[in-house]
Design a protein around this ligand. Structure first.
Ligand SMILES: *[C@@H]1O[C@H](CO)[C@@H](O)[C@H](O)[C@H]1NC(C)=O
Ligand SMILES: *[C@@H]1O[C@H](CO)[C@@H](O)[C@H](O)[C@H]1NC(C)=O
Ligand SMILES: *[C@@H]1O[C@H](CO)[C@@H](O)[C@H](O)[C@H]1NC(C)=O
Ligand SMILES: *[C@@H]1O[C@H](CO)[C@@H](O)[C@H](O)[C@H]1NC(C)=O
Ligand SMILES: *[C@@H]1O[C@H](CO)[C@@H](O)[C@H](O)[C@H]1NC(C)=O
Length: 494
C-alpha cells in the first residue's frame, strides 16, 4: 500500500544524516512534479498534541500537523465539512488525486479539509528524530485518529462551524481510518466514505494468497497468454539463477550492478513483482501521476509489452520499466534503490514515508500476502507470521501484536456500526480484503466493476466507466442524507 513519490527520492536519502532534509524536500513535491491540476487548497499547520494518551510522558507537547483547506464552496457556518483522513504519504498527493471530494463539495456546499497523517510528509512529531525508537512508538492508528478528532473539534470552533456535520473520506489505509473514525468517534463524525479500504485483510481476516492472485487475475483477464509469458519469464530467471549465471541476469535486466547471491535474485524478483502490483492497483483508464507516473490502462500496456518480442526476459525488463522507467531516463535498474523490501509485501514505497509505513506494518497493520507460482504468476515468495516477527524485531525492535487491529476496530463484526460506504473496484487487488457486501441500509458496499484502487475518489474524467459514475452518484446521495440527519441532530442540541 505504498504511497510514495517514485523517482524523486532515492535510497540514498534513507541514511540518517539526510533525515534533516525531509520536510523541505517534500514541501513542494506536488509543484516540483509539475502537477498542473488546479488546486483550491491553502496549506496550513495545526498545533497538535504529540501524545494523546499519556498526560505525563511529554505533557502537552505539540507538533505541527499539516492540513490543506478550502472554503471556496462552503456555505459558511452551515454547509457540511468533508474531512479526508490522510494516509501514508504527502497530503498533497491525496488532495491532488481525489478530485471527487472537491466536486462533491461544490455540489453540497462543503468545507474541505485534507489532514496529513502524523509521521508522513511534513507532519513530524520530533523532526528528524521521529523515525527512531522510542519516539516512533507514538506512530499508532489510535494517535492518528485522536489527531483527527482533536483537529476537527478545534477547527470547528475556530471556524464557527459547530453546527456543520462532518463526513470523513479516505482511500486505502486512509479509507480504513475513515471507517475507524466513524466507529471510534461517532460523536464527531456523521458518516464515512471508505474507498478501497482493506479493513478485513489488514486485520488478519484475509487469505494470504488473495492479493497476488487478484493481481494475476487482472493480467489474465487481458489475455491468458500474458500470464503465461510472465510465468515463462520468471521461470527463465529462476534457471539463470540456479546456474548462477549472474552476468546474463545483469545484462538481460539492465541491472546497474551484477547480482552475486540468491538474496540479490530475491530482491530482483521482489522488484519485478512490485511493478505488476502497481500496474494492477493503478489500472486507471487514463494516465496518472499518483505513486509514480503510469500510462492509461497500464495492465493492458504491461501485457502488450510482455507479448512484444520473442525474448521473454527482455519483455519482462521492459514491463518493469513501465513503472520504474516512466521517465525514460533510467540507464540501468538499481536493485536496492528502486524497490525496498519491508513488512508490507505489496511494497512500502521509498523515502521517509516508507519508514513510517514499514513501522506501521510491523505493529498494527497486518499484511501476510504471499506469492506461490500456483494461485498466481509470481515466483514463490512467502511472508509468514514468523518472517514478519523476525524482520520487525530486527528492524524496529518490535513484535507485531496479531489481532490487535481486529480487536480495536471490530474486525468483521461491524453490523452495529452505521453510515459507512465501503466502495471497491473489481480491478483492485485490495478489493477482496475489504467489505464487499452491504451489512445494513447504512453500511453500504458498492462495487465498481471497471474500477482500480479508489477510482471513485478521483475527479471525473471523460474516460470514466459508467460503473464509477453510478458509484459516485450513490455516494453523493447517501452522504447528502447523512448530512441532513446530522444537521437536525446538531440543531436540536443547540
Ligand atoms: C537532527 O537534527 C539536529 C538539529 O537540527 C542535528 O543536530 C542532528 O544531528 C540531526 N540528527 C540526525 C540523525 O539527522
Ligand atoms: C467566528 O465568530 C466570532 C464571533 O462572532 C467572530 O469574531 C469570528 O471572526 C468568527 N470567525 C470566523 C472564522 O468566521
Ligand atoms: C528507459 O527508457 C529509455 C527510453 O525508452 C530506454 O532507452 C532505456 O533503455 C530504458 N532503461 C532501462 C534500464 O531499461
Ligand atoms: C513455477 O511452476 C512451474 C511448474 O511447476 C515451474 O516449471 C517453474 O519453474 C516455476 N517458476 C518459478 C519462478 O518458480
Ligand atoms: C461485489 O462483488 C463481490 C465479488 O464479486 C460480490 O461477492 C458481491 O456480492 C458484490 N457486492 C455488491 C454489493 O454488489
Amino acid at each position: 500500500m505504498k504511497i510514495s513519490v517514485f523517482f524523486t527520492v532515492t535510497a540514498a536519502f534513507l541514511s540518517a544524516e539526510v533525515l534533516n532534509g525531509l520536510p523541505r524536500l517534500f514541501s513542494t513535491s506536488a509543484a516540483q512534479r509539475g502537477v498542473d491540476t488546479f488546486s483550491p487548497f491553502s496549506e496550513k499547520f495545526f498545533l497538535q498534541i504529540i501524545d494523546h494518551f499519556n498526560f505525563n510522558s511529554i505533557r502537552n507537547a505539540k507538533f505541527n500537523q499539516r492540513y490543506l483547506i478550502t472554503d471556496k464552496y462552503w456555505d459558511k457556518g452551515s454547509g457540511p465539512i468533508f474531512f479526508y483522513t490522510g494516509n501514508e504519504g504527502d497530503i498533497w498527493d491525496f488532495a491532488l488525486n481525489s478530485g471527487f471530494i472537491t466536486e462533491l463539495a461544490a455540489e453540497q456546499r462543503a468545507l474541505v479539509i485534507f489532514a496529513e497523517h502524523r509521521l508522513y510528509g511534513m507532519s513530524l512529531t520530533f523532526g528528524n528524530g521521529s523515525f527512531f525508537p522510542p519516539q516512533v512508538g507514538l506512530l499508532t492508528v489510535e494517535q492518528a485518529l485522536a489527531d483527527y478528532a482533536f483537529m476537527i473539534t478545534e477547527l470547528k470552533q475556530q471556524l464557527n462551524a459547530s453546527e456543520c456535520p462532518v463526513i470523513v473520506f479516505g482511500g486505502s489505509y486512509g479509507g480504513m481510518l475513515s471507517v475507524y473514525m466513524r466507529i471510534r468517534y461517532p460523536n464527531i463524525v456523521a458518516g464515512a466514505l471508505a474507498a478501497s479500504a482493506p479493513i478485513l485483510s489488514t486485520a488478519g481476516l484475509g487469505d494470504p494468497q488473495q492479493f497476488f492472485r487478484d493481481v494475476t487475475a487482472d493480467f489474465e483477464s487481458v489475455s491468458p497468454k500474458c500470464t503465461d509469458a510472465v510465468r515463462g519469464a520468471f521461470h527463465q530467471l529462476k534457471e539463470l539463477a540456479q546456474r548462477q549465471d549472474y552476468a546474463r541476469i545483469q545484462s538481460e535486466f539492465s541491472l546497474c550492478e551484477r547480482p552475486s547471491s540468491p538474496q540479490d535474485v530475491h530482491q530482483l524478483n521482489g522488484l519485478l513483482r512490485n511493478a505488476f502490483t502497481l500496474m494492477a492497483m493503478l489500472d486507471y483508464p487514463y494516465s496518472t501521476h499518483f505513486m509514480g507516473s503510469l500510462p492509461a490502462n497500464p495492465v493492458k500496456v504491461g501485457c502488450d509489452t510482455m507479448l512484444r518480442g520473442a525474448d521473454l526476459l527482455t519483455n519482462l525488463r521492459d514491463t518493469a520499466g513501465i513503472v520504474y522507467n516512466s521517465s525514460g531516463l533510467l540507464s540501468c535498474f538499481d536493485l536496492y534503490s528502486l524497490y525496498v523490501e519491508c513488512a508490507d509485501p505489496t511494497g512500502c514505497g521509498l523515502g521517509f514515508n516508507s519508514l513510517a509505513w514499514d513501522y506501521q506494518a510491523c505493529t498494527e497493520v497486518e499484511m501476510y500476502f504471499e506469492s506461490n507460482n500456483v494461485t498466481d504468476m509470481f515466483p514463490p515468495m512467502t511472508f509468514t507470521e514468523e518472517e514478519r516477527a523476525r524482520y520487525c524485531s530486527k528492524r524496529w525492535g518490535v513484535s507485531p501484536r496479531r489481532g490487535w487491529l481486529r480487536m480495536q476496530y471490530w474486525g468483521d463484526a461491524l453490523s452495529t456500526a452505521s453510515n459507512i460506504i465501503f466502495s471497491n473496484g473489481d480491478l483492485d487487488p485490495w478489493a477482496n480484503g475489504g467489505v464487499r457486501h452491504s451489512l445494513s441500509s447504512s453500511l453500504v458496499a458498492i462495487n465498481i466493476s471497471e474500477g482500480a484502487h479508489h477510482l471513485d475518489l478521483r475527479g471525473s474524467n471523460e474516460a470514466d466507466p459508467q460503473s464509477v459514475i453510478t458509484a459516485r452518484k450513490m455516494e453523493a446521495e447517501l452522504i447528502a442524507q447523512w448530512v441532513n440527519t446530522e444537521r437536525s441532530r446538531l440543531l436540536k442540541k443547540s
